[in-house]
Write a protein that binds this ligand. Structure first.
Ligand code: ZN
Ligand code: ZN
Length: 329
């Protein structure tokens, strides 16, 4: 699986960080999924090899502008690319009203159908070619959601040592197990296909969260997740200054959640514009990173715009590519 960060700033864009947008795709697939679409997301896409023609679905976490103001422009551009395939948008109900109003008032003619799915009503996973997508409720000033992506159609590898030790002869019986069929052994015992695959072929799950002040809300969902992408808008010190009320998470809260849930990989994003790339500035992005590292011992990344991350088959995340690394000294 591959994740490309299209925007990592909260609220407003900065010279180095655009507002929220994240592309997800299965390794080597040209089809992809977009989570959030802040203003300028389509410009960010120009720096990637992702094509609007192959965008399977758009998931919007909540109605705040830094997560959805880019949607009308992106949909209009998609029409100009000649797309005719319908586009699924999973989003809070307000987003449908927002898009319908823009289409009506600005005379947009889409060349494809929009299929809106209200995230509030999504109570079982929605099946796509590459992933099953479901939602998890978060806590923010407005209703906010996280999206879980569980991979589908993974190639299942047979545990050949196990089959040999059970005396299952190579040939048609192995073929049956490979296609998911159970078989009956000579002694009349049934052997289920799912008991014959190698462990690490379990489908991987990624959780991509919208704005959220209570990371523990995804504790249960994250028990079998390989990776969580979560906002860390502030450090604890600044979060306390900003004041109480349902809003955002600080690096410490997210890190503590990740540590207690034994999460393997955590990527932080959605940083307040006050955090500078320079290590010596009073509010530095490194303050967020340090606070998170002090409270989480797993594999941690601080996302930058246009970073590409790969989740490998063993469930380990690595950063493949980062742009403007020089800016972060
Ligand atoms: Zn936001
Ligand atoms: Zn928000």
């Amino acid at each position: 699986m591959e994740l490309t960060f299209l925007g990592t700033s909260s609220g407003v864009p900065t010279k180095l960080r655009n507002v929220s947008g994240l592309a997800l795709r299965k390794q080597a697939s040209k089809f992809w999924y977009l989570v959030d679409c802040g203003e300028g997301t389509q410009h960010q896409l120009l720096n990637t090899n992702l094509s609007l023609k192959h965008l399977r679905a758009i998931c919007i976490t909540h109605v705040h502008g830094d997560h959805c103001y880019g949607l009308p422009g992106l949909l209009a551009t998609t029409a100009m690319s000649g797309r005719t395939e319908p586009m699924t948008i999973i989003a809070p109900k307000g987003i449908k009203e927002f898009i319908s109003a823009v289409i009506k008032t600005t005379d947009i003619h889409l060349s494809y159908e929009l299929n809106f799915v209200a995230v509030e009503e999504l109570d079982s996973p929605m099946e796509f070619e590459e992933f099953d997508i479901n939602q998890v409720e978060l806590s923010h000033r407005v209703p906010s959601f996280g999206y879980t992506f569980v991979e589908r159609n993974i190639s299942k590898k047979l545990d050949t040592d196990k089959l040999d030790s059970l005396g299952v002869p190579r040939g048609p019986l192995w073929g049956k197990l490979q296609t998911g069929e159970s078989i009956v052994l000579d002694e009349g015992k049934e052997l289920k296909a799912e008991d014959c695959y190698l462990e690490n072929k379990a489908p991987r799950k990624v959780i991509i969260c919208g704005d959220n002040d209570t990371p523990d809300l995804i504790m249960e969902e994250s028990t079998n997740a390989s990776l969580v992408v979560h906002e860390a808008t502030y450090t604890k010190k600044i979060a306390e200054k900003v004041g109480p009320g349902p809003q955002h998470s600080c690096a410490k809260t997210v890190a503590e959640f990740a540590e207690s849930s034994k999460l393997k990989n955590l990527i932080l994003t959605h940083f307040s514009a006050r955090y500078q790339p320079d290590r010596d500035k009073p509010d530095s992005i490194f303050d967020i990173e340090n606070e998170a590292r002090q409270n989480y011992s797993g594999n941690l990344f601080i996302a930058n715009d246009l970073d590409v991350y790969q989740l490998d088959k063993q469930g380990y995340v690595k950063r493949l590519h980062t742009k403007d690394r020089e800016a972060y000294k």
